[in-house]
Design a protein around this ligand. Structure first.
Ligand code: HEM
Length: 268
């Protein structure tokens, strides 16, 4: 008599084959292939754990309207100028000393003695003018293309705040070399602020850190210039770009809407 075949007992967990790791389905990978794909592997490793690529695709792969031209690069150019200011500013901060007795000497040291100091200080100085020129050109572009209209009003308002903050960067940075010109120019600028209606005197007192220009004024300008405003600008650029990605950019005003028959339909 043949006994019925019993099913095999389940394998203990330790003997069960491990599920293949993602990306290993095609067998072992040679060293050369592994080296060649190291970059992709590293990005995949991060992406598998964070799913950041979805957000990046949302931000970078957007449809842009017909007629998009070089004037649309002015916002990115302004952002590049800001990043350049941030990087050069970090290196300047490594040598700069915001005390009335050392500020001028530390700026002189950066220009005449520190390695590539004149270059970095020059980039920061000319970069500030470049950023202002670019921000005004970018604002002009968005104004003349009507990009401030519904639904982009909030992005325009954020832009206005960014403009004021950029101007404040220029004002607070001007005092830092602490030579005669920068000192007296800042005294004049703060006095002009002080003559403003209602908040003027309070603003001037805040900027001076008191009723007079003192040693604390310099460190106050420095803290505003290198911590407070750059942080606010970075956060607002984030909000600005989020809205650009969410709402898309405006088509040039001279383009007419295409008749529906000429529009391409997207395949499902
Ligand atoms: C730090 C300063 C700024 C940065 C980094 C910045 C960056 C950008 C970028 C990258 C874009 C998308 C591409 C483009 O249109 O150029 C953009 C769009 C826009 N920006 Fe700015 N921007 C700044 C300041 C301003 C200012 C001062 C205004 C106006 C007061 C403004 C208003 C707008 C508007 C309305 C749009 C939407 C454009 C459209 O839909 O066509 N931005 N910005």
């Amino acid at each position: 008599m043949r006994l019925p075949k019993l099913p095999a007992p389940p394998l203990p967990a330790a003997l069960r084959p491990k599920p293949p790791r993602p990306g290993t389905a095609n067998g072992p990978v040679g060293r050369i292939d592994a080296a060649r794909e190291a970059g992709t592997t590293a990005v995949d490793w991060v992406d598998e754990r964070t799913s950041l690529s979805g957000g990046m695709r949302w931000l970078m792969f957007r449809k842009v309207p017909k007629g998009t031209n070089w004037f649309y690069t002015l916002g990115s150019a302004t952002m590049f100028a800001f990043l350049s200011q941030a990087v050069t500013g970090v290196f300047l901060a490594m040598y700069y000393d915001p005390s009335p007795t050392h500020a001028y000497e530390s700026a002189r040291y950066i220009t005449n003695e520190a390695f590539l100091g004149a270059f970095v200080r020059g980039m920061h100085k000319w970069g500030s003018s470049m950023m202002l020129i670019l921000i005004f050109l970018h604002m002009g572009r968005t104004f003349f293309f009507g990009a401030y209209k519904y639904p982009r009003e909030l992005n325009w308002v954020i832009g206005v705040v960014l403009l004021v903050l950029t101007l404040m960067m220029a004002l607070t940075g001007y005092l830092l070399p602490f030579d005669q010109r920068s000192y007296w120019a800042s005294v004049v600028a703060v006095n002009i602020n002080g003559s403003g209606p209602l908040v003027g005197p309070y603003l001037a007192d805040f900027l001076r850190a008191g009723p007079d220009f003192t040693a604390t004024t310099l460190s106050r300008f420095y803290a505003i210039h290198m911590l407070l405003i750059p942080g606010a600008i970075a956060a607002l650029i984030g909000a600005h770009l989020y809205l650009v990605a969410k709402l898309g950019t405006t088509a040039p005003p001279w383009l007419k809407a295409e008749p529906e028959s000429d529009l391409r339909t997207t395949e499902a």
